[in-house]
Structures are given as structure tokens and as C-alpha cells.
Ligand binder design. Structure first.
Ligand SMILES: Nc1ncnc2c1ncn2[C@@H]1O[C@H](COP(=O)(O)OP(=O)(O)OP(=O)(O)O)[C@@H](O)[C@H]1O
Length: 475
């Protein structure tokens, strides 16, 4: 488990011969930047040894020191540990030495008298770059090996789709990060399941605290997240910790973020930018010690375009972004999910697991599942509850899916993919030719099952059979 006080995931080494400066710099980093994973060294001769045995990602280096100068150390570090970032924090405000250090590979250069906010921002930028570099490396490695480090975490998420596998690999790579994670996808695609997996992978010792923010008015949003002091408003008889506090050392999951009010979006942005918040009625800021995961089924790009979602908040949230494909784009998962939910439903109801007619997977694969996996699960549970024999009845499925296939196929103004095959430069097919094309396409989709093909076409099976006899007289 990651100690909840350790940020970032790698160590930050402070090197200066003045022990008092080291002490005050650590306090500043911790208080104003939330940076707590700190090592200190006031003897320049020990630096290279520390880099060998500690997990260091960033060095903050003084220039003027006895034994080895900062410049000598910078040269050694960039040569022997090119993956470690170095920021120079010097007592000298000399443009030549700054330029020289940057040319030598330093990430940034500050003077000790620099304004605290600027210094912290620079250090956080370096941490962020280092985190991204590590994530990229980890992701590249996983994709190359096509591997998962913790496959057990994904066991509740049934899938064999290569798109979902890529999602899992990405999730593993960004799990240690402290940056927000944005999970997008249609309703019922498993965003909450994925948030749980992300929390587990992060190995944070604190809890996963979830809240659906859709429809929360701004005051309730602030009170829910930030908590309040006693007497903060009429009726606040006791202080109450908010969910941010409850999630300390763990993960705060904000679901339906696309539906957050504009006023609350400003509050969330400030929280993410500054890492601090004020409980209602308090003038003492508190530091957020939870990783934030947000999810939405809304198209956030679209919501930005129509002015209902802040662009700056979107950019804060999307450092790490996952899009879960809808079920209709990963039909390979249908048979697995069917078996999974049949077993689950049977166990819950206390019945033996029923078999199902061979045409059921075919029927399911021709449906567009607007409610995604949640809808599939509900359908299967309903069918298992209702069935009486050893074989699952198709009736429940036909009632829902049959109608919707027809609705979907007859949607006006939205040509389906198979109809969008006209060559605009070629001659227009005749109605009779289109008729044949449609019948052929329906049979292909229905795997030559005529009753299903008829359903797709919105006609009866005898009507289809009649047409086929006409168009294929020899068969
Ligand atoms: N791949 C999967 N394997 C097994 N069950 C799944 C899978 N994906 C989703 N589910 C199940 O489907 C239901 C909906 O999933 P979940 O609540 O995670 O979706 P969601 O995307 O967060 O939906 P919403 O946007 O409506 O909040 C849950 O019962 C969940 O356990």
C-alpha cells in the first residue's frame, strides 16, 4: 500500500550544504505543494550513492557547495541517471550559470529568493513531466508485452475485447499517478467498475468514496465535498467532515461530472488547481489527500461547445482519460457476458443455470443495446426469473429486442451503415435492387436465420420466404 503521505510516487532529493535551508525548503514543499516524498542531503559527496539506492525521480540542487559543486553533480547525474530530472535552486542570480545549467540538461533554474508560488509551480511541473515519462514507459512496455501486471483486479470486468484490454493496460500505467482520471462512456458501460479497479490498482491505503454529483445544487455540493464547521449555517449544530476528508489517502470518485452545475464546476476547478479547500464556515484551508476520479456519460466536448462545461476544468480533468466503448462495438463480449449473467442470476434466485436456444446470441448481436451492459444484465435476470423449463425462453428477449430492432432499422433521417454505401458518383440503385440488397444484408447479419432476418427487415417470416423464392427461383 502507498503511504497516504507520500507524494509523488518517486522521491524528491533536496541537496544543499545548508541544513537550515533544506529544512525550510521541505516545509515549504510539504505545506504549499503537498510534496511529502522528500529526501534531504547536505553533503554533496553522498548524492550519487543516494541516487543508486533510493527511488529518486527529481533532484533539487544547490550550485555552490563544498567538495562537489552543483554543476559537477549535474554533469554526473545527467550522464549516469539521465532519467532523473534536476532543478537548480541557486543562491546566485546569474544568467550565464542558468543558461549553462539548462544547456547541460537541467529541467529548470530558480534562485533561492524566487517567489514561493513560482518555485512550487516549477517543481510540480517537473514532477508532472516525470510522472508522464514513467507512465509512457510503463504503457509502452505493457503494450509491447501485451501484458497486465494485476489481471485479478479486472476479474469482475468480463471482457475479451482488445479495446477493453488496451483500456486495462492504460489504467495500470496511470494508476500510481496523483492526477485526475476521467472515465467517459455511455450509460451502463461499466465506468463505476473501472473506477473501482483504478482505486485498487493505485494501492492507496485509504478508502474509495463515491458520490453522484448530478442534480446536487451548489451549496449541497460544497457541503458534501468540503464539510462544514459547527455554526456554519442555520442547523449546522456539529462540524462534519466532507467526503474529501473521508477519502484521505484513497480515491474520491465523482460520478456524472458532466451534469455538475457551473457554480460547482468553479469550485472543483479551484480544488484541483490549488489542491486546497475550505470547509464551510472555516477560514483555514485543508489540503486534499485523495486522488480524484470522475466519470460521465455526457459528451464533454459537446458540453464545452454549448457552454455548459468549463473548458479549463475539462483540461484539468483529462490528463488521464479513458473512453469505454459501448457494448455494440464489442460484440465479442456478448457470449461471455451472457454466460456470466446467467450464472449470476441463477445463483441469486437459487435455480440451476439454464441453457439457452442457439439463436439467442445471434438475436443479442443484432441489437444495439442503448443501455449497454446494465441493460443486458437486466434482460438476462428477467429471463432467468421468468423461465420455467431447463431452456431459457426467448420471449423476454424478443419482447424487448424484437421491437427495438425494428425501431432502430426504421429510424428515419439516420441512414444505417449498410445503407450508406451509395457511391455518390455512381447511378442510384433501383428500388428493386435495394430490396435485394437489404434482404441479403439482413440474412448475412442473421447468419441465414430467416426468422431473425425477417424480424430485422420488419416483415413476417413467410413474407421473407416468398421474396426469397422470387429472387432466388432455383433454390
Ligand atoms: N464488463 C462487465 N462485466 C460484468 N459486469 C459489468 C461489466 N460492465 C458493466 N457491468 C455491470 O453493469 C452494470 C452497470 O455498470 P456501471 O454502473 O459500472 O456502469 P456505468 O457506466 O457507471 O453506468 P452509469 O453511467 O449509468 O453510471 C453494473 O451492474 C455492472 O456490474
Amino acid at each position: 500500500m502507498i503511504n497516504q503521505t507520500q507524494y509523488p510516487e518517486f522521491g524528491v532529493l533536496l541537496v544543499d550544504d545548508e541544513a537550515s535551508f533544506l529544512r525550510s525548503l521541505s516545509i515549504t514543499l510539504e505545506r504549499s505543494g503537498g510534496i511529502t516524498h522528500i529526501h534531504r542531503c547536505n553533503d554533496s559527496r553522498e548524492v550519487m550513492g543516494i541516487l543508486e539506492c533510493e527511488h529518486i525521480g527529481l533532484v533539487l540542487l544547490d550550485l555552490t557547495m563544498p567538495h562537489l559543486s552543483g554543476q559537477q553533480l549535474l554533469e554526473l547525474i545527467t550522464e549516469q541517471h539521465p532519467d532523473i530530472s534536476v532543478i537548480i535552486i541557486s543562491g546566485l542570480n546569474q544568467i550565464e550559470s542558468a543558461v549553462k545549467c539548462l544547456q547541460q540538461g537541467a529541467f529548470d533554474y530558480f534562485v533561492k529568493t524566487s517567489e514561493e508560488g513560482r518555485l512550487i509551480e516549477g517543481i510540480k511541473r517537473a514532477i508532472r513531466m516525470q510522472e508522464m515519462r514513467r507512465e509512457n514507459l510503463a504503457l509502452g512496455q505493457r503494450i509491447l508485452n501485451n501484458s497486465l501486471e494485476s489481471p485479478h483486479v479486472f476479474e469482475p470486468i468480463i471482457s475479451r475485447s482488445h479495446q477493453m484490454r488496451a483500456v486495462f493496460q492504460y489504467l495500470e500505467s496511470v494508476a500510481p499517478s496523483n492526477q485526475p482520471l476521467l472515465i467517459c462512456g455511455e450509460s451502463g458501460t461499466g465506468k463505476e467498475l473501472l473506477a473501482k479497479a483504478a482505486h485498487q490498482l493505485s494501492k492507496r491505503s485509504g478508502p474509495l468514496v463515491s458520490v453522484n454529483v448530478a442534480g446536487l445544487d451548489d451549496n449541497i455540493f460544497a457541503d458534501t465535498l468540503f464539510g462544514h464547521q459547527r455554526g456554519a449555517f442555520t442547523g449546522a449544530e456539529r462540524s462534519r467532515a466532507g467526503l474529501i476528508e473521508e477519502a484521505a489517502g484513497g480515491t474520491l470518485f465523482l460520478d456524472e461530472i458532466g451534469d455538475l452545475s457551473m457554480a460547482s464546476q468553479v469550485k472543483l476547478l479551484r480544488l484541483l488547481q490549488e489542491g486546497e479547500y475550505y470547509p464551510l464556515g472555516s477560514d483555514r484551508p485543508k489540503r486534499i489527500r485523495a486522488r480524484v476520479i470522475v466519470a460521465t456519460h455526457q459528451e464533454l466536448q459537446q458540453r464545452q461547445a454549448d457552454g455548459s462545461f468549463r473548458r479549463d476544468l475539462y483540461y484539468r480533468l483529462c490528463t488521464h482519460k479513458i473512453h469505454i466503448p459501448p457494448l455494440r462495438q464489442r460484440k465479442d463480449d456478448l457470449p461471455l457476458l451472457l454466460d456470466h449473467f446467467l450464472t449470476q442470476a441463477a445463483a441469486e434466485i437459487g435455480k440451476p443455470v439454464p441453457g439457452y436456444p442457439p439463436e439467442l446470441p445471434l438475436l443479442l448481436s443484432n441489437y444495439h443495446f442503448p443501455g449497454n451492459i446494465r441493460e443486458l444484465r437486466a434482460l438476462i435476470f428477467d429471463a432467468v426469473t421468468q423461465h420455467r423449463s431447463h431452456l431459457l425462453s426467448m420471449e423476454v428477449f424478443r419482447q424487448v429486442i424484437g421491437q427495438n430492432i425494428e425501431t432502430k432499422e426504421s429510424t428515419r433521417g439516420q441512414p444505417s451503415e449498410s445503407l450508406a454505401t451509395f457511391n455518390p458518383e455512381g447511378p442510384l440503385p433501383t428500388l428493386a435492387q435495394m430490396d435485394n440488397l437489404l434482404v441479403e444484408e439482413a440474412l448475412k447479419r442473421a447468419d441465414n436465420n430467416q426468422s431473425l432476418a425477417a424480424r430485422l427487415l420488419g416483415i413476417s417470416q413467410p413474407a421473407l420466404s416468398k421474396r426469397l423464392k422470387k429472387s432466388r427461383p432455383g433454390e
